[in-house]
Design a protein around this ligand. Structure first.
Ligand SMILES: C[S@@+](CC[C@H](N)C(=O)[O-])C[C@H]1O[C@@H](n2cnc3c(N)ncnc32)[C@H](O)[C@@H]1O
Length: 232
C-alpha cells in the first residue's frame, strides 16, 4: 500500500502528554520529527516576527491555507486576532477547532480555497512542499492573492536551489536506508525563488520580498525561505 502525504496528515494524533496545548498542536503538525524538533519559545518568536513583518495586529484577520492543527494560528488567536484556516486533514482540523473554538476552520483542498470571503492576511506555513506540481502551487497563490485584502505570506518554502543539500541532511539524520524506507513515494516540491517572484508579480502583488528562513532548532531552516507580498 502506497502511503501519500494526505494519509500521513490524516493519521496524525494528538499526544496529550505534551506539556501545553501549543506543544500538542505543534507535534500534531509535524514539528516533532528528528529534523524539526522546534521549541515553543522559538515557534512563538517566529510567529511574532512574521506577524510583525506582515503588520498583523489584534484588529486584523489572519487566514491560513494548510493550517493543520493550528500551531501557527494559535499565538494569533491567543492575541485576539480573528483567525481562520483550511486544511485537507479532517483529523487536524478537528484538533484546531478544539483548541480555538472561535476560529473559522474548514476541511478542504487548498486548490478550492474560497475567494469570496476576504481576510486581511492570508498565509501558509510549511504546506507548499506537499503540493503535487508548480501548476497546482500557482493556482493556490492566485486564490490566496484574491482572498487577501492586505497581504500574503508563503512560509517555509523548500528552496529548489538547495534541494541536494536538503535531501542529504534529511537522509543523513536518520540513515539513508531508513529515510528512503520511511519516505518512499513521499516527495517534496522544491520551488525556485525566481519562479515564486515571477508568479507573484504576475498576480499584480507588490513589495515582494523573499527571505531566508530563520527558526531555532529547526533542521530544515537552512533550506527553506519565506515570501511576503502586498495586495495593491
Ligand atoms: C507541516 S503541516 C503544517 C501545519 C501548519 N501550517 C503549521 O505550520 O503548523 C502541513 C499541512 O498541510 C496540509 N496540506 C498539505 N497539502 C494540502 C492541500 N493540497 N490542501 C490542503 N491542505 C494541505 C496537511 O494536511 C498538513 O496539515
Amino acid at each position: 500500500v502506497t502511503r501519500t502525504w494526505k494519509d500521513i496528515w490524516e493519521a496524525r494524533r494528538i499526544d496529550s502528554t505534551r506539556p501545553s496545548q501549543l506543544a500538542q498542536l505543534m507535534a500534531a503538525d509535524g514539528l516533532d520529527s528528528g529534523f524539526s524538533e522546534v521549541g515553543e519559545a522559538a515557534w512563538r518568536a517566529v510567529a511574532a516576527r512574521i506577524g510583525g513583518r506582515l503588520g498583523v495586529t489584534p484588529a486584523s484577520s489572519l487566514f491560513e491555507v494548510g493550517c493543520g492543527a493550528g500551531a501557527f494560528l494559535y499565538p494569533f488567536d491567543e492575541a485576539g486576532s480573528p483567525v481562520g484556516g483550511l486544511d485537507a486533514s479532517a483529523t487536524l482540523v478537528g484538533y484546531a477547532r478544539a483548541a480555538m473554538p472561535g476560529a473559522r476552520l474548514d476541511v478542504g483542498d487548498a486548490a478550492k480555497l474560497d475567494i469570496d470571503e476576504k481576510w486581511d492576511f492570508v498565509v501558509s506555513f510549511g504546506v507548499f512542499l506537499y503540493f503535487p506540481t508548480l501548476e497546482y502551487a500557482a493556482g493556490v497563490l492566485a486564490r490566496m492573492a484574491a482572498k487577501a485584502r492586505r497581504g500574503i505570506a508563503i512560509l517555509d518554502v523548500a528552496d529548489a536551489a538547495k534541494r541536494a543539500e536538503a535531501m542529504a541532511m534529511r537522509r543523513g539524520s536518520m540513515g539513508a536506508a531508513e529515510y528512503d524506507d520511511k519516505y518512499r513515494g513521499l516527495d517534496h516540491l522544491f520551488i525556485a525563488r525566481d519562479w515564486m517572484r515571477d508568479t507573484l508579480r504576475g498576480l499584480n502583488l507588490t513589495d515582494i520580498a523573499i527571505e531566508d528562513q530563520s527558526l531555532a532548532d529547526y533542521g530544515n531552516a537552512p533550506f527553506r525561505y519565506n515570501v511576503f507580498a502586498r495586495t495593491r
